[in-house]
Design a protein. Structure first.
Length: 354
């Protein structure tokens, strides 16, 4: 047993120090980024924000909505091949959709069937997703997936430390997904005691990933997954060095989100639950296996309407951050950032009146 005494930070532990800016308007801020991925060799341009591959966010409807903003939707892995065929017949934007799978043999057999059905050209991203990327089996599956899909851009995770970030990239992933226990619908920290404050995880993993590069094919990249509650948290994630941001909470509760629409006392709500929750495991696996415990929340969120309204709010928030720190582009956020360690970041005195 050992204790790491270094301070580790979450989004709510810091504020961003303003700096002199020459920007004259928020509309001049460029939120798009262009990457060349180190293994797939693909070039991609868009806003590097993704809807999580959860039942309640990684939906076909969300993909249609986000693609119009050049954002990514990671489809949840429970769509059938027939459903995928029908969806891709009317969706032709492979740069803005990701196919998701886990590390079970059945997941890889299904992916092989998807490729055999000729659907591989309809998505350029593949998400290899597990809660715990520290498993040796997972590392081997990254390599297997790279051999199976040499031309796809692979996003793999989740992890929170430098050494596994480097290993995942060297085994074939283009982007490492960062975050354990930070998601709003995740109870891993409560159930297991395992986790890592999200901002520090981003800083550590991004530093490791960006140190792995090939002049011909680009650098290793990271995707922050979870922990973002407010639009300002997205800004802090990019300021901390993440290349992409994935969120479930950001994209939950909308008309394009999954989950049942429920009406209670004249108000509308939408289901939202973690993929390790009892609800998710009952829906897809018949219940929680006796050898494991549920590690996800099940909640009803106030219905939010159309996701496009939130996207414009998120974009406006990021552009506003840029004007405070003098960043002309999203790419410059981390170079223009000084974080301030704070005891309190929000004045909540009027929240009771909202």
């Amino acid at each position: 047993m050992r204790i790491d005494n270094d301070v580790k930070l979450d989004f709510n532990d810091v504020l961003i120090r303003p700096k002199r800016s020459t920007l004259t308007s928020r509309k001049n801020v460029d939120l798009e980024r262009t990457f060349v991925f180190m293994h797939s060799g693909r070039k991609w341009t868009g806003v590097p924000v993704a809807a999580s591959n959860m039942d309640t966010t990684g939906t076909f409807e969300m993909a249609h909505a986000l693609a119009g903003h050049r954002m990514i939707t990671a489809l949840h892995k429970h769509y059938s091949i027939a459903e995928l065929k029908e969806f891709f017949a009317g969706f032709d934007q492979p740069d803005y959709v990701a196919y998701s799978l886990g590390i079970r043999d059945e997941d890889f057999e299904k992916l092989a069937a998807v490729l055999d059905a000729g659907l591989g050209g309809h998505f350029n991203f593949i998400v290899l997703d597990v809660p715990n990327a520290y498993l040796e089996r997972f590392i081997g599956k990254v390599e297997e997936l790279r051999n199976l899909c040499p031309q796809h851009t692979i996003i793999a995770g989740n992890c929170v430390t430098n050494e596994i970030t480097e290993e995942i990239l060297l085994r074939g992933a283009d982007i490492v997904k960062v975050g354990i226990g930070s998601g709003s619908a995740c109870t891993t920290r409560r159930m297991t005691g395992v986790g890592y404050p999200q901002l520090s995880a981003i800083i550590e993993c991004a530093d490791a990933a960006h140190g792995i590069s090939d002049p011909a094919t680009g650098v290793g990249l990271v995707m922050s997954d979870g922990g973002a509650v407010y639009p300002s948290d997205a800004a802090k994630a990019f300021c901390g060095g993440t290349d992409f941001l994935m969120s479930g909470q950001f994209f939950s509760g909308f008309s394009q989100s999954g989950g049942e629409l429920v009406e209670k006392d004249g108000k509308k709500f939408k289901e939202y639950y973690g993929m390790s929750s009892h609800a998710a495991m009952k829906s897809h696996y018949g219940g929680v296996a006796r050898h494991r415990a549920s590690e996800g929340r099940e909640v009803l969120l106030p219905y939010k309407g159309n996701v496009h309204d939130f996207i414009y709010e998120l974009f406006g928030s990021l552009r506003s951050t840029a004007t405070y720190i003098g960043a002309l582009k999203l790419k410059e956020f981390s170079k223009r950032t000084t974080f301030l360690l704070v005891n309190n970041q929000l004045n909540r005195s009027l929240e009771k009146y909202e």
